[in-house]
Design a protein around this ligand. Sequence first.
Ligand code: AMP
Length: 218
Amino acid sequence: MKPIILIAPPQAGKAILSKKLVEVYNLPHISTGDLLRAEVASGSTFGQELKAKMDAGLLIEDATMIQLILNRISEEDAANGYILDGFPRTLAQAKAYDEALAAKNLEAGNIFVLEIPFELALKRVVGRVVCPKCGASYNTILAETLPKVEGICDLCEAELVKRSDDNEEALTKRYQVYGEDTEPIIEYYEPTGRLHHINSEAKEIAFNQVAEILGKDN
Ligand code: AMP
């Protein structure tokens, strides 16, 4: 199967879609955020440098990210396709990635842009409560994800809590950063015919749209 790139604003359901794609297509999920966090956790000097930048909300240099991804996709489990999550994040990364693949005669694959209205993202964020014990997530505004008993985790009966950054101000800031970083990447891929806009308001519908496109193109 050709590789997949997922691009999504905050709260668009990228994690849920990735999980479903991994299950159904048996592809490795390559998240640059996870790769960087693993390097930080290793305690290396390089990891400490990364941590300082990540904590400050800064992007890691393009050259580092490109090398990281090229190394990762050359591993054996990525030989039959993979899902890229969090890369490319800048136009320079997108261009370098395309060039590196073209040089190896590899297909760049499909790019899916998940789309939801800001109002729905806001409901997802403002209504979200999480279980501090098992990590399960619920929503007090959206009927389909209400906990069975108000304020209590269905799975382990712990008291649900709100995260400090789950508020309108933080979401608005993350949306702004997404717009600035990502709009140029979408514009760059648009003319290639490889970019697909996915309505991501409901998770099943989003997955079905992606599956239909993958079914035609693989
Ligand atoms: P994420 O988990 O995708 O939100 O990434 C966490 C942090 O890792 C980001 O805030 C950046 O500091 C860094 N990061 C992840 N992916 C990239 C990328 N493609 N380019 C630059 N920095 C990245």
